[in-house]
Design a protein around this ligand. Structure first.
Ligand code: FES
Length: 130
């Protein structure tokens, strides 16, 4: 059962979805894991209070990169209001495998960056939420 999830994780790691740059994102946030130096930057295009598009860049372990890729697919079309309620269970659901405390930090790195972007921390531009 977990093999299927592991395959999916590897697939996202090898063929990351939505990875790349975005011109003039409405929100951008960069975060890193101080323990290993891995990093993720999340860029959001927001329209009518929803995520119209998302891109991310980063480098890191299989779990952190797969988590960023999976999250990027999951957030498209979601409202900022909804995303503010997302927590680690969303990421764990996406990954589908149990994780120890170290791997959990890997998995949650992209979520931390996403949440900060959603809350508008270090936003590149003021953007009116409607
Ligand atoms: Fe650095 Fe996973 S080892 S985030």
């Amino acid at each position: 059962m977990y093999d299927l999830y592991a395959e999916e994780i590897l697939d996202h790691y090898k063929f990351p979805r939505n990875r790349g740059k975005m011109d003039n994102p409405d929100r951008v946030y960069h975060d890193h894991n101080p323990l290993c130096g891995d990093e993720v930057t999340i860029m959001l295009r927001i329209e009518d209070g929803r995520v119209k598009d998302v891109k991310w860049e980063g480098q890191g372990c299989t779990i952190s990169m797969a988590s960023a890729s999976m999250l990027s697919e999951a957030v498209k079309g979601k409202s900022l209001e909804e995303l503010r309620t997302w927590g680690k269970e969303h990421v764990l659901d996406l990954l589908g495998i149990p994780l120890g405390p170290v791997r959990l930090k890997c998995a949650l790195l992209p979520l931390k960056a996403l949440k900060a972007a959603v809350w508008g921390l270090e936003g590149t531009e003021e953007h009116e939420e409607t």
